[in-house]
Design a protein around this ligand. Structure first.
Ligand SMILES: *Cc1c(COP(=O)(O)O)cnc(C)c1O
Length: 234
């Protein structure tokens, strides 16, 4: 990627998203930029916040909790958990995030619902789908989406918002679009099957495939490298 740094990198990421939306003939406010800050220090998150970024994504619970403590004064920050979630870590996830993008088991969803503090609004949930059907990758298979979605939508302290995926890498825009299109179709099917659920979120597109995701209807793109630079750890 480029070697530009904050805040220019954030400005460029916003322009990149706007350009992609324009090319897709979509309203410029129809997708949200999620800044993926895993492995990056709290000081960089604060800098992005000072330049107007509010939604941040983290992958590792312990690391996220430490940064959240340092940034506790930023009261309008919105934290998204996007990494693999083990069932023994659900409590702090339920207590400290507004969104979880990586739900792939009923057991995890049930625990999140039970452990969501009563004084907080319902926890926003995306089901992670293994859209490229890669062996030993996170996420449910596409044909499991409907049954898990129905169960998650019925849990009291959760709001099922949509689907998330990390497709296998591909070499061209057209190839990148194929799995994103499939995820979009799954979302359309879900919306039809659960008309009373506020399902509106396609969490897809990262630094290498944002344009393809936006062409296929992404409503929330998750950019790490493009905003914070290359990661050296993990
Ligand atoms: C790391 C990560 C991202 C960001 O990836 P980049 O290629 O750095 O933009 C997005 N989504 C998930 C789930 C991630 O783990």
């Amino acid at each position: 990627m480029t070697d530009i740094a904050l805040p220019e990198s954030l400005v460029q990421a916003r322009e990149r998203l706007s350009n992609a939306l324009e090319k897709a003939k979509r309203p410029l406010d129809s997708a949200t930029l999620l800044a993926v800050s895993k492995t990056k220090p709290a000081s960089m998150i604060r800098q992005a916040w000072q330049h107007g970024q509010r939604e941040f994504g983290e992958n590792y619970l312990q690391e996220a909790l430490e940064k959240q403590a340092e940034l506790a004064d930023l009261d309008d920050i919105v934290w998204h958990f996007i990494g693999p979630l083990q069932s023994n870590k659900t409590r702090s996830a339920a207590e400290n995030f507004a969104w979880i993008h990586s739900v792939d088991r009923l057991k995890i969803a049930t625990r999140l619902s039970q452990q969501r503090p009563a004084q907080l609004p319902p926890l926003n949930i995306c089901l992670q789908v293994n859209i490229s059907r890669e062996p030993s990758k996170s996420g449910i298979m596409p044909d499991e989406v409907m049954s898990l979605a129905k169960e998650v939508a019925s849990l009291p302290n959760l709001t099922l918002r949509g689907l998330m995926a990390i497709p296998a890498p591909a070499n061209s825009l057209e190839e990148q679009r194929v799995p994103f299109r499939a995820l979009g179709q799954l979302l359309t099917d879900l919306q039809a099957a659960l008309p009373n659920a506020p399902i509106d979120t396609l969490s897809m597109g990262m630094s290498d495939d944002l344009e393809a995701a936006v062409l296929e209807g992404a409503t929330l793109v998750r950019l790490g490298t493009a905003i914070f630079g290359a990661r050296t750890t993990r």
